[in-house]
Design a protein around this ligand. Sequence first.
Ligand code: SF4
Length: 716
Amino acid sequence: MTELLLKYFRSRQQEAETERVYDTQCPYCSMQCKMQLIEQSIVSRKQYKTIGKDNPTSEGRLCIKGMNAHQHALHSDRITYPLLKVNGEFVRISWEQALEKIRENFTSIQAEDGNDALAVYGSASITNEEAYLLGKFARVALQTKYIDYNGRLCMSAAASAASQTFGMDRGFTNSMSEISNVRCIILAGTNIAECQPTMMPYFERAKENGAYIIAIDPRETATTKMADLHLKVKPGADAALANGLLKVIIEEGLVDEAFVRERVKGFDEVAEHVAALDMDEIAELTGVPVEQIRKAGGIFGREETGMIFTARGVEQQTDGSAAVRNFLNILLATGKMGKPYCGYGAVTGQSNGQGAREHGQKADQLPGYRLIENEEHRAYIADVWGVRAEDLPRKGVSAYEMMEKVHSGEITGMLLMCSNPIVSNPNAHLVQEALQKLKFFVVIDLFISETARLADLILPASSYLEDEGTMTNVEGRVTLREASKPCPGEARHDWQILCDIAKVLGKGEYFSFSSAEEIFNELRIASRGGLADYSGITYDRLRKENGILWPCPDPEHPGTKRLFEESFAHPDGKAVMVAVSNNSVVPKEKPDGEFPLYLTTGRVMSHYLTGVQTRKSSSLAARNFESFMEIHPATAMKYNIQDQSLVKVESRRGSIVVRSQWSDKIRQDTVFVPFHWADSQNVNFLIPKDLDPTCRMPGFKASAVKISPIVEAISH
Ligand code: SF4
């Protein structure tokens, strides 16, 4: 008996000591922090903890989101087998049945309505391999021109501004390590402390080293607290504010004449344009006093080194592209580009916001940042793919415009990968109506999101713990995300699903991949000679070197830490400055008698995008379990809104109900609502459909609303 008991306890102890370690990267923001999930088997139950792992970008740090990411990946609500909607209910079917359903429906849709009746909607949260494959899938397997992705709603303004100004778009022109030694930093419309928390120490170190930090934001945030000067700009007035800063720089003789002469085009037109602008008018437009604009422009112009960072506050506007260009004008006028501790950073939000925009998911692009309307580029990619260039579809339309085409009946079928457009798009009522009209709608995802509820068929995807592949982080550093946990149930890797569908559609020969690495090796060839050249990067190198900054055109190339040291990427080597109007070409909604307040939107630290993943994490959901409206107490009293009370927020497009949160940190003419919640708290029901004419970015960050206490609204 004793012997038996001893044996039993020994075996339980051994079980308790079982530990598995999974190397991976956080699935959330663009820092792509490296980490390890430690799985401990304690007697008969499992326990998990996540720790940071050293790497050149996050330096081993993790934020609360990364530490709890496994809670959604291991959640019992994960979809683990294909689901078909039958009489309004999802029922389990086999993969064979699911693929046959797709074949039948996609084939009949294209036979009846044409190839372009099928659309593909992608994501900036998938790997480079999957983004590349999705672009190829749309153009080769479906032969449709309609493909775009949710990154359009996030990074397109910064990307188009950098491409037009520098000839090339990589989020950060310098490696992140340079931030700590910069003398003056402008943080425009970015709340890094909440959105990319592990980046903050770079700025804190810069401050310790004596940097002067200027923050531009309508709200006081954890990020603006760090600043020496906070310009509390009116929502949507960033382009005008940049004009004010430029005017000061030029008037005070702070232009780097030699740099401008040798490396820049368009300076004289910009100088003439800002000379004609009136500083008092700029102060009126922006809500920032003239003295503060003079102080900021003077300090940035005089300091020897400087960097400017922009994010969604500047970019998610109907003049977002032009506004970013105006901040780039400041860098070029002061010669703060292509040198140590001088440069630009677009602080990307989504995990693979950078890589996902480089390899063909955008309506107008082919891999390696090639252009789908450029004949040479088409010929090169057609050759890599083994198809005829004339068979490649032409340019499609942006994400929201695809939804309009669904609504009008031009697009009748859709494949959507890992995205939630009925929550993330502007004018969300239209998007919801549109998706309900589709003849056949396939969603690939981890959970039944608000959008997946509308699908005819849902296919189970793999999470960051299971899906190996490369990601390109905010710096432009390509990293290898190791992922060795088996997929749960019958879930498959996203790339495998695409290959399986291609096969039943008779295009299997172009999609005969058996690993993510094989896809990457084709991507390397497809990107060779393009602006985003990955051809010198291999999985082996990524493991040994812990990430490589592109471009990296050959296996001996070390990667490119700082861009534009010798020349810019335009054919003549020069950067292009352009005069930017104080006012958007597409008129922005401004507060008036009926809708008297600005509405601006953004993120909170504990949630990611539309919250589909983070709301499955108990530790994160508990921090912010519902949406809210931040409002200045003086404004709240004017509209009879008590703190922590329910309030109706209404625009010309619709209304939502959220809880008020008094804060004297926001402008009195502005309210703020985060965008992580759906249904009656979906702030995107309130956002207009207007798009930036250059990059097709919606104007999420500035619209006009009225507010009323919900009790009153009910009693009326
Ligand atoms: Fe790192 Fe961003 Fe994940 Fe936080 S959310 S752990 S900063 S990647």
